[in-house]
Write a protein that binds this ligand. Sequence first.
Ligand code: ARG
Length: 567
Amino acid sequence: MKIIREFIAKTLSEEVGFPSERLLGMLKVPDSSERGDLAVPCFPFAKALKDKPENIARKLEGLFSGSEFFSSVRPEGPFLNFTYAGPVLAARVLPEILDNEETYGSGTEGAGKTVVLDFSSPNIAKPIAFHHVRSTVIGAALANLHEARGYRTERINYLGDWGTQFGKLSVAFQRWGDRDLLEKEKIRHLLAIYVRFHKEVETDPGLEEEARAWFARMEKGDAEALAFWRLFYDISLAEFRRIYARLGIRFDHFEGESRYKDDLERTVEKVTETAGTVESRGALVVDLESEKMPPCLLKKADGATLYATRDIAAAMDRWERFGFDRSLYVVASQQTLYFRQLFKVLEKMGFAWAARCHHVAFGMLQLADKTMSTRKGEVIFLDDVLDKAENLSLRAIEEKNPELADKTAVARQVGVGAIIFGDLVNRRTNDVTFEWERILNFQGETGVYVQYTHARCCAMQRKAGGIRKELFDAKLLDRPEEKDVLKSLGRFPDRVEKAAADLDPSIVAKDLIELCRAFNRVYNIEGYRFLADEPALCATRLLLARSVALVLRRGLSLLGIEAPEEM
Ligand code: ARG
């Protein structure tokens, strides 16, 4: 609870002469809740106050004796321990949530600032493979979290839609392509002929040369060459859009590498003038030896430009258009070295804003699933994964709640939610293995568990038929289990702030799990009834449950997940 932390810091600041900011950083949550909810270590004050930490802790206790925030303030050795008063938390937190249903957790530290997010960014003519899912869901959640904290966001899908591979694909399509099949199978057909190209080139090396020549024509703007590219582009993008709709994810811009195809000469010149370039075996590179990195390749010996050239042009363009405070690249950790090179080149070009560019790296995703196991080199289609998640959810719902009205719609929300949450609950930088049993478990650290707890709260509200808000009495929420729920509700905005600052949605995902656990502990108290007979007790408990539902719904929505009211 920020407001209580700030109160403690301010009170101490006046006494010990440390700035509030510094004191805020010193507050610790004790390992065991028996010690209290918050502790201040007093060692750092010893010098200023010329006394032993134990004595200081005892002296400082008096400062808080009259405060309504705490049920107890106790010195313990060199620590001063604070225990929140449940009812005061309730009186502060619940109205805050109930008056800000749609916005609780929002903040203003991002006001007037802009964040550019480059995420998902799949490659044209290739499927959005299952491993693209991480960039997509992490990027979308980070955009939502920043928006909630007041930032303006620009969501960019930087499609991989330019490069020598389109020369290969065009050659392959002219030999083995089939327009009817393309209409029917779409990206699957493009993938098949692309794979065939790589097989045939082993016995027919001339294909490579042909592809190179074809891409050179594309780079020169040749209409015939570009027509094929356009065909691949349109088909792929329509597919991508369909999948983003399934996931409920939106972008402000679909602008891929090809956007920069006419700027590349100028970009290379500019790099040469500023950072400096050298020729290396016919290729043009920026030497990064002094930075202990391999050179950054701008142009191949045959004149073709590269991924890095286009990223340099894109970064400059984004700066010119958006004047960002943060520019985030949500891309797998395999590209860590690449982004270090990219940002270094931008820095060498003299752009101070290079320091605002960040590679938001994430670990690998694996799917543990025998039924979908693939031979090496084969890709798993995200589409198929989503189908399977929805089917499994439907089966679970049919078992648990056969009476439910719109089972398919709920199964969709649960299935997609399981995939998204199953990803986001992991620390961003960790590798992730998906196991179906785990991500669809009603009890584990899953989206289903959060959705189910939310639906449970909603069911209570329906059953009650309405809450007599005027009967709310914070004093009635005095059980330790209830206090844990209140604490969890109260710190939600801080968690949203931290998740945006640390660029890690798992901070919010984990917090939602804790809120659910705390809530279910109340739910399971022996003899505890939300629909209590006594009217004030009933209204107050229902408002607690309603607040839990609102925070769960809000948290899920920030993560990009829907919250069905019944399931
Ligand atoms: N299309 C690339 C890939 O699939 C990701 C692009 C990431 N963004 C960027 N600005 N380089 O690997």
